[in-house]
Ligand binder design. Structure first.
Ligand code: NAI
Length: 395
């Protein structure tokens, strides 16, 4: 009974062994986090060169931490000594917990998990770092699907505190809570999320991009002005700068996948503006050109200094974000505490969206949404019933 939860509870107090499959950006970061928490880590990748790159990257990070005085050289050596790399799945045999961070394909993840399950002990817990697939569908490939859970880290995993903990339909009751506690013990800020498209962050954050793109598409404002308006209310980057940072290919793919997975709810409709940028291979910083030009000597367009326009941009994006946060609670995807943690600790929002909504006045958000709904007549701008109820209680 509760064999898998017990495994995780034991990991909280004993070093134990954690396996990580995939030594790319995410797997390498997760391996570092687990090793920093004192676990022995087995890092697996099919590609020997990827394992070498991961070892070099970890050494570089450790050297920098020692240089900055955040760690002693001995601690850095010990942490690196706890990470063992291999190209063989069989090496995962002693693991209590295995976290998968390989290519984002359901068939590949399912076959890798089936193989892992044949190697590990009967009480080992298996976790996926998927950002867009159903944890439930991945779990189906297992003989004991109740051992599967989603542990969704954010990039870069050692620096971003949020981990979304996602029980699949089949997950053993209590395993999600045990994982939540383990992530807290690793120094992370966990948030519990239902297994639904985009979980919390990749669902609730959609309007930050979507409304920004829509306003530009309609000619209400230009990109630099939208970015400036959102930075001035505390976001570290405006929507267009952030999309250029993430990559327009990656951001567009997430939007398209959430849109399809949500049965084409117009709230999540992707933008042709972004699609064209992706098609032009104007992917952002990584290709030297995105919404902005990052090439040598390029000059950034100046934002329009119009306070009224800034306010309109802020009101529209914030109203849509706050509505989305209430909708996530309304659909039982997460609690209020968890949506606040997710957006402040996973994507660095300056405030939790529910708190922000209350600060502005929920009635104001409803008025903004209703005005958009009246103007456009689109289902995209419908107000969440929970937001109306919360506002009525506030009044
Ligand atoms: P990546 O492409 O940097 O690394 C994937 C690694 O997995 C590669 O080194 C590859 O050789 C290895 N791999 C592929 N198939 C394998 C197999 N069958 N067995 C063993 N190793 C295999 O990918 P990244 O960005 O690290 O993403 C990994 C996972 O994490 C994906 O599911 C992704 O959706 C998810 N994720 C990514 C985030 C990001 O910002 N990059 C954020 C959160 C989740």
């Amino acid at each position: 009974m509760n064999a898998f939860s017990t495994t995780i509870e034991r990991l909280r107090v004993t070093p134990g062994t954690v396996g990580v499959i995939g030594s790319g950006a995410m797997g390498s970061g997760i391996a570092q986090v687990a090793a920093a928490a004192g676990h022995h880590v087995l890092l697996i990748d099919l590609d020997e060169a990827a394992l070498d790159r991961s070892a070099t990257a970890l050494k570089k990070v450790m050297d920098r931490l020692v240089e900055k005085g955040r760690m002693t050289a001995d601690e850095a050596d010990a942490l690196q000594g706890r990470v063992v790399r291999s190209t063989s799945m069989a090496a995962l045999a002693p693991c209590d917990l295995v976290i998968e961070a390989i290519v984002e394909r359901l068939d590949v993840k399912q076959s890798v998990f089936a193989e892992v399950e044949s190697v590990v002990g009967p009480d080992a817990v298996l976790a996926t770092n998927t950002s867009s697939l159903s944890v439930t569908a991945i779990a189906r490939a297992l003989e004991a699907p109740e051992r599967m859970v989603g542990l969704h880290f954010f990039n870069p995993a050692p620096l971003m505190p949020l981990v979304e903990v996602i029980p699949a339909l089949q997950t053993e009751p209590g395993l999600d809570a045990a994982c939540f506690e383990l992530m807290a013990r690793w120094g992370k800020s966990p948030a519990l999320a239902k297994d639904t498209p985009g979980f919390i962050v990749n669902r609730v954050a959609r309007p930050f991009y979507g409304e920004a793109l829509r306003m530009v598409e309609e000619g209400i404002a230009d990109m630099a002005t939208v970015d400036e308006a959102m930075r001035s209310v505390g976001f570290r980057m405006g929507p267009f700068e952030l999309m250029d940072f993430i990559g327009n290919d990656v951001n567009y793919a997430v939007t398209e996948s959430v849109f399809a997975a949500m049965y084409f709810d117009p709230r999540y409709r992707p933008s042709l503006v972004q699609k064209r940028h992706a098609e032009a291979h104007w992917l952002g910083r990584k290709t030297g050109r995105g919404y902005y030009d990052y090439r040598e000597g390029a000059v950034r367009p100046a934002p329009v200094a119009d306070p009224k326009l800034h306010q309109l941009i802020q009101d529209r994006i914030l109203a849509m974000l706050i509505n989305e946060a209430f909708d996530a609670m309304h659909m039982n995807i997460c609690s209020e505490a968890d949506v606040e943690t997710a957006m402040t600790r996973g994507v660095n929002y300056p405030k939790g969206l529910v708190a922000w909504g209350r600060e502005r006045g929920l009635a104001q958000t409803i008025a903004d949404l209703d005005a958009l709904s009246n103007r456009y007549g689109e289902d995209r701008y419908r107000c969440c019933p929970l937001l109306r109820e919360a506002a009525a209680q506030e009044a």
